[in-house]
Design a protein around this ligand. Structure first.
Ligand code: NI
Ligand code: MN
Length: 225
């Protein structure tokens, strides 16, 4: 069994037997954050270097000793800040103590703002995390891309997809993504946190129809798989 809790924006907590992971832990500066208290992750997955995804990664990793799983360039940037990292890239499935992880493409940037400079943060990604017998796809920030059709063969139990538009897919594109990915369930994310990414998850659910079960979680809400 795996519990998946939405922490607001694109941040999620995945928890199962002996397994605790955060994905894109944008918590302290996140106006939509809820339910993030008392989490002690062993793993932190970071999809790209933008502040609304990297978020509190460094402070949480330093406090808990969690290993940050991210692309290679981000792992170099975070490693210099005293964080344990696992820098990887698009590949097959990598065996992990809890299951497997596969880094997959996202159509987006990954620069890291440091003072008045932007550091090269490698390529933005999504993750297919298989833990406690459940396969979760966190898409990160991404536009619609036909690469998503490759995921149909992975048997995704739960897809976490951005729907807010402007920087990422909107409701229409995200519904088309569901048609390609064919997950059993889908949770919309990355909307309503800031004015440019306003979206109506009910419209998304309508467009998805019976392609998948849409679960709209409020920040702080969780589901069990
Ligand atoms: Ni981004
Ligand atoms: Mn974002």
């Amino acid at each position: 069994m795996l519990k998946v809790r939405f922490l607001g924006h694109a941040a999620f907590h995945l928890e199962g037997d002996g397994f605790s992971a955060l994905v894109d832990p944008f918590l302290s500066g996140n106006p939509a954050c809820a339910g993030a208290e008392g989490i002690e992750p062993q793993w932190i997955f970071v999809t790209h270097g933008h502040g609304d995804h990297l978020g509190d990664t460094v402070s949480i990793a330093k406090r808990t000793g969690a290993t940050v799983v991210c692309n290679y360039e981000l792992s170099l940037i975070l490693g210099r800040q005293g964080v344990n990292t696992m820098g990887m890239y698009f590949a097959g499935r990598t065996q992990m103590p809890f299951g497997t992880v596969r880094m997959v493409k996202a159509l987006h940037g990954s620069g890291v703002v440091e003072g008045d400079r932007v550091l090269y943060g490698g390529l933005a990604c999504g993750f297919v995390i298989e833990a406690c017998g459940v396969k979760v796809y966190h898409a990160g920030d991404t536009g619609l891309t036909s690469d998503m059709a490759l995921l149909a063969q992975d048997g995704i139990d739960l897809a976490l997809l951005p729907i807010g538009g402007f920087y990422v897919m909107d409701c229409e594109d995200a519904a088309r993504a569901v048609g390609m990915i064919r997950p059993k369930r889908v949770v919309p994310m990355h909307y309503d946190t800031f004015p440019p990414i306003k979206a109506d998850p009910r419209r998304f659910a309508q467009l998805v129809g019976d392609l998948a079960e849409v679960r709209t979680l409020k920040p702080g809400e969780e589901m069990e798989l």
